[in-house]
Design a protein around this ligand. Structure first.
Ligand SMILES: [Zn+2]
Length: 330
């Protein structure tokens, strides 16, 4: 199998592996997936596979001179455009980049241009890229990394093939974590909470577990607690708990994402076969689900969505929103 460094993503691996071997490579690919889902790793592995010097049937070999140089970050035929700490990628940076397209590769047969957060290119920057995307020199491949390809101009999207990275379930993430050396001493609880807060990102799950990132875990714990209270607690308990939560707006956004996912799991648990997206196993959502009517669950779900919008979009006062949420959802 090609791309042994990539976990899961079987169809994507065989697709791109075949493109390289059959020389049917597209000029440009959009690599789409949520934060931490391995977009950069995939881009790096594609570079290795394109430039690998080994006759090995499984690409990339990972041990030839070229693969090692890419792993260490020494390869002048790979260009990476990032926005750094700026909000957008301006047109000048794209022009500077495309100005180098005409130079032949230094070393091998191809050059790869990676644009991270490609959807942050301004519309002018995307337009400046269009011509190059359409007819780049034969040795050039573009990899556009994005969390959301619909944020790219349609003209850009239509000139690139889309590769979507897989999002892993908390159960898969927990199993994978258990096999990692860094998790050898971790408790079952710590693994389960890291798997939950990472929302499908193996990289984030591992770093959460290794760094014992307590903020994410405590936001997730708060979200689980609120959902539990809204489902089965008393109104007074829910109000006291909800109104006592104090976060930044960004943290509230994450809090609501967790809570909404949790309620969705509980809703789906009404059906016999479902894979939880928030909980690590289906026992908690199944139990909560059995105690509640569908109408009540959808009511809680809607109330959470409204509260999230009020806080993250409309800048409403968080204390008031949280109190109203607890009072109205019950
Ligand atoms: Zn190699």
């Amino acid at each position: 199998m090609d791309f042994k460094n990539i976990i899961g993503n079987d169809s994507l691996r065989s697709l791109i592996g075949n493109h390289i071997k059959n020389k049917t490579l597209s000029h440009a690919y959009i690599i789409e997936g949520p934060k931490g889902s391995g977009k950069r790793t995939l881009a790096k592995e594609i570079c290795k596979a394109l430039m690998c010097e080994s006759p090995s049937p499984d690409l990339p070999c990972g041990s030839c001179r070229s693969c090692k140089r890419i792993e260490e970050g020494y390869n002048t035929d790979i260009f990476v455009l990032t926005r750094g700490d700026k909000a957008t990628i301006p047109v000048e940076e794209v022009r500077n980049m495309t100005a180098t397209l005409g130079y032949y590769p230094d070393d091998g047969d191809c050059k790869v241009y990676i644009i991270e957060d490609a959807d942050r290119m301004t519309p002018q920057a995307q337009n400046a890229l269009l011509l190059s995307l359409e007819e780049p020199p034969s040795y050039v491949v573009f990899l556009l990394l994005t969390e959301d390809s619909t944020a790219l101009l349609e003209t850009v999207r239509s000139r690139a093939q889309r590769l979507k990275t897989e999002v892993f379930s908390p159960a898969f993430t927990a199993e994978w974590l258990k096999k990692q050396p860094a998790a050898a001493k971790a408790s079952e609880n710590a693994i389960s909470s890291a798997a939950t807060v990472s929302r499908g990102s193996l990289g984030l799950a591992l770093s959460t577990l290794s760094s014992k990132s307590t903020k994410e875990a405590s936001i997730s714990a708060d979200a689980s607690r609120l959902v539990e209270l809204l489902c089965t607690g008393s109104r007074a308990e829910a109000i006291v708990f909800a109104s006592g939560i104090k976060y930044s707006r960004a943290e509230f956004e994450q809090f609501f994402d967790y809570a909404i996912l949790a309620v969705r799991d509980i809703l789906y648990a009404k059906y016999s076969s479902f894979t939880p997206a928030y909980y690590t196993d289906s026992s908690i959502p199944k139990e909560l689900s059995s105690k509640l009517k569908m109408t009540k669950l959808t009511h809680i779900y809607d109330a959470l969505i409204c509260a999230k919008d009020d806080i993250t979009r409309y800048n409403a006062q968080t204390y008031a929103v949280m109190t109203t949420l607890a009072a109205s959802a019950l």
